[in-house]
Design a protein around this ligand. Structure first.
Ligand SMILES: [Ca+2]
Ligand SMILES: [Ca+2]
Ligand SMILES: [Ca+2]
Ligand SMILES: [Ca+2]
Length: 466
């Protein structure tokens, strides 16, 4: 009996000990699980921070690379051939970067798949120089916003038709003044009367020129789009504040103003060097209106010429001859000319805004570009496509060259993590290209389209399986 009791007691004790041990063990397991989980979360967070740092460094590296590409191009002032530099999935250590671009060789540069490359700022309409009529022709533009652009940048406080000055902006909450000075960035347009998300961003809220799934599903997800299978971007797609041509070439040579007295004497040695003396004399004599030998001297350049294109049309030069001296010429007196549109890279939408071109002739220009890809370093071919009067009318707004480019850099760190996107504007008008603007666009979200995302996800899967 006693033994039994003892044994019973022993049994109870064993049971209690077992339960306590189990509890302790369970507690240890859950503590281990808790710490394990939180340290893996912390590890994961730290890893994401590392990836983001890698991506940021790749962004900076990409900007330096873009400056290098532009500094070493064969033809300064001409869009670097996309085949001559690296544009997509460029490795920088464990990170990769892409230059998100626009396909300037097509009439509609926005597509279903991203195009990779640098972006020509002279392919866009400059909101510091475009007239209200030109602005009004942009897709989605309203008369109110076009007029507000003019009033924002003009020095006076006189309200133009449909426009807005101080009295509009001072009524806002919080109130602010009309700038009455040039735009320094296109994003300033968000402050303007009549500007809204739909006009500025259109169907492309991530500003990548790519038709993303949410941009073609109607009202199901933002933005509200028309579900027509093509991207209809907003005004921001088509405008710039950066385009300008210096009247001093990057190598320090002053351009010859074809309207100045003595232009002929300054032009003579350039023409002689490139085309020989006989031809130089013929051309310098012909400038008044296609009379070969007419005038017979440098004074034969009878201006005024409203543009370099007009000078070409009236000079009797062949397009090939003209292309050799084109960058040496200007028709403006200042230190630089702002807002010329590069007819070799501008989209149909932008060309439509140019006086003398319009919606009817813009497709002819882009069609010519597609069938003559080797001629796209000059403005002269415009005279082959447009009639003489239209070419002369369009001339003051056009150029064949570009000196400012955007590098829209997207980068990810290892395993495709740590997404970063920054837009840089690079000015090549001086001897050394330099970055003149930088804007972080990471907050706009993934911009590289579906294919690159899937490829990135596949890389992660492959890594995890190893
Ligand atoms: Ca004003
Ligand atoms: Ca998009
Ligand atoms: Ca949508
Ligand atoms: Ca659409």
């Amino acid at each position: 009996m006693r033994v039994h009791r003892t044994r019973e007691h022993g049994c109870d004790q064993d049971g209690t000990v077992l339960i306590i041990v189990l509890w302790i063990a369970l507690g240890l397991v859950s503590i281990a699980l808790y710490f394990g989980n939180s340290s893996s979360l912390e590890l994961r967070a730290a890893d994401n921070r590392v990836a983001a740092t890698e991506a940021s460094q790749a962004v900076d590296g990409a900007a330096r690379y873009a400056v290098y590409v532009l500094a070493h191009t064969d033809q300064p002032g001409v869009m670097p051939d996309p085949l001559t530099y690296q544009r997509e999935s460029v490795a920088v250590g464990d990170a990769r970067f892409w230059f998100l671009g626009r396909d300037y060789k097509t009439a509609q540069p926005t597509t279903e798949r991203p195009y990779f490359g640098l972006i020509d700022e002279a392919s866009k309409l400059n909101i510091n120089t475009a007239t209200v009529d030109m602005l009004t022709l942009l897709p989605r533009m309203t008369p109110e916003l076009a007029a507000a652009i003019i009033d924002w940048r003009d020095a006076d406080s006189d309200v133009t038709e449909n426009g807005a000055e101080d009295e509009t902006y001072l009524r806002r909450n919080p109130p602010y003044h009309c700038k009455n000075a040039k735009f320094e960035s296109i994003e300033e347009m968000r402050l303007l009367a009549g500007a809204d998300m739909e006009i500025l961003f259109g169907e492309d809220p991530n500003l990548n020129g790519v038709l993303d799934p949410n941009e073609n599903d109607g009202p199901t997800t933002l933005p509200v789009d028309n579900r027509d299978g093509r991207l209809d971007p907003g005004v921001l797609e088509y405008v710039t504040v950066s385009s300008r041509e210096s009247n001093t070439l990057p190598d320090g040579t002053k351009r010859v103003n074809v309207n100045l007295a003595g232009a002929g004497q300054r032009l003579a040695p350039i023409l002689q060097e490139k085309l020989g003396s006989d031809r130089a004399n013929q051309i310098l004599g012909a400038g008044g209106g296609g009379r070969p030998g007419g005038g017979g001297n440098a004074g034969g350049l009878n201006g005024p010429f409203r543009s370099v294109l007009e000078f070409f049309v009236r000079s009797g030069m062949t397009a090939n001859e003209f292309s050799q001296i084109e960058t040496n010429l200007t028709a403006s007196a200042g230190n630089y000319e702002e807002g010329l549109v590069n007819v070799n890279t501008a989209s149909e939408a932008v060309l439509t805004c140019i006086p003398g071109i319009g919606a009817d002739k813009a497709p002819q220009l882009t069609a010519y570009r597609q069938s003559n890809p080797d001629k796209l370093n000059t403005v002269s071919w415009v005279a082959e496509v447009l009639d003489r009067a239209s070419a002369i009318q369009a001339g003051p707004y056009l150029t064949g060259h570009s000196y400012q480019y955007t590098a829209d850099v997207v980068a990810v760190g290892h395993y495709g993590r740590g997404y970063r996107r920054t837009r840089f504007v690079i000015d090549t008008s001086e001897a050394t290209p330099r970055i003149t603007a930088r804007r972080d666009l990471s907050h706009l979200g993934w911009a590289l389209g579906r294919e690159v995302r899937e490829r990135q996800q596949q890389l992660v899967l492959n890594q995890n399986q190893r």
